[in-house]
Design a protein around this ligand. Structure first.
Ligand code: PHE
Length: 353
């Protein structure tokens, strides 16, 4: 029995030493010491021996097992070291080779325009604010002097959210314009106000010149003695800063329920400098008459101030709200025949800006 065990030990230790990689070593370990191994088989025979022999052989078996374990551990270490050593040879990294710069990307052109707009108004003391894009009917329409069922609401092509109606604030909508943010700003009760609210707006329109999601920027200035002259001054300043030093704005009478008076704002055409014709005498093909339409503006209606808890006899307010995409495209002269390309995530288009 003793001889048998010692022979077995020599055989196993030899096999361990000959294992040429880690998986082979593991296989040797399993076949030589595992439950079905010769070694385990021999151990089962211990039961048939006398007590003295059993103790002696048992001790020997333990020593052999330890010896084998040590041999396996040592061989494993050798094999691991050999593996790492060869790795260093095969996978050399030359840290002095110049780096590969990962592609950097850039902001979407709408985001770039938003940054520019915020910069211009913040230099005039307007603070950018954020208001919900999922909004109640009351802020969107009712507080803006558009009672339920008023036909003017139709112009806003609103998405209604399938949610329970609020007892006082009515239905839930996706903001079709940023003027709801002005209603919320008034409600805060902190006067005077000089805010610029830029956010996503949603309307049920999709075609070459409309995306169902677009952005608006809305300016609101509430203070004592604010007049149309201030409105014109702010708009002219914006036009010069955003479009260029020789651009002017023009206010055209218009109608909104929430402003009185109301205007459409035009900007002088950059191609023909507001004249409507080129030096050659031919008609300007971009604007045809010297002006391009930007968006709406006006002085807040007294009912809107009242709904916001502001006394219209003491305070007045100028407001304007325009589409970011439209304003941006007019500035850059980007001509696309389908505005939806802005939000198609097509890098061939976006990478140009
Ligand atoms: N909210 C209006 C629109 O979406 C624009 C506007 C804003 C007009 C503020 C006047 C004052 O068309």
């Amino acid at each position: 029995m003793k001889d048998k065990l010692l022979k077995l030990k020599d055989k196993i230790i030899k096999a361990v030493a000959e294992a040429s990689d880690l998986s082979e070593l593991e296989a040797v370990e399993v076949t030589s010491l595992g439950r079905k191994s010769e070694f385990s088989q021999a151990m089962k025979e211990l039961g048939g021996l006398s007590e003295g022999e059993r103790r002696e052989i048992g001790r020997l078996a333990n020593e052999i097992k330890q010896e084998i374990d040590t041999a396996v551990d040592q061989r494993r270490l050798e094999l691991q070291q050999a593996k790492f050593a060869s790795l260093a040879d095969q996978d050399r990294i030359d840290v002095t080779v110049p780096g590969i710069e990962p592609p950097k990307g850039h902001l979407h052109l709408t985001t770039q325009a938003i940054d520019d707009i915020v910069g211009i108004f913040s230099r005039l003391g307007f603070t950018r604010v954020k208001h919900p894009e999922v909004e109640w009917d009351w802020f969107t329409f009712e507080s803006l002097n558009m009672p339920p069922d008023h036909p003017a609401r139709d112009e806003w092509e609103t998405f209604f959210v399938n949610a329970p109606t609020h007892r006082k604030l009515g239905k839930m909508v996706l903001t079709p314009h940023t003027t709801s943010g002005s209603a919320r700003e008034l409600k805060k009760g902190r006067l005077p106000i000089r805010m610029i609210n830029i956010s996503k707006t949603y309307r049920r329109q999709i075609d070459v010149s409309h995306t169902p999601m677009f952005h608006q920027f809305e300016g609101l200035l509430v203070d004592r003695g604010v007049t149309v002259t201030h409105l014109k001054g702010v708009l002219d300043h914006f036009a010069r800063e955003f479009f260029g030093p020789d651009r002017r704005t023009r206010l055209r009478p218009f109608h909104f329920r929430f402003t009185e008076p109301s205007f459409e704002v035009d900007i002088s055409c950059g191609i023909c400098s507001g004249t409507g014709h080129l030096e050659s005498g031919s008609k300007c093909r971009l604007c045809k008459e010297g002006w391009l339409e930007l968006g709406g503006a006006g002085m807040l209606h007294p009912n809107v101030l009242k709904a916001g808890g502001v006394d219209p006899d003491e305070y007045s307010a100028l407001a304007f709200g325009w589409g970011v995409e439209r304003t941006m495209m007019m500035c850059s002269g980007i001509m696309v025949d389908d505005i939806r390309v802005l939000y198609r995530s097509d890098f061939r288009f976006l990478n140009q800006f």
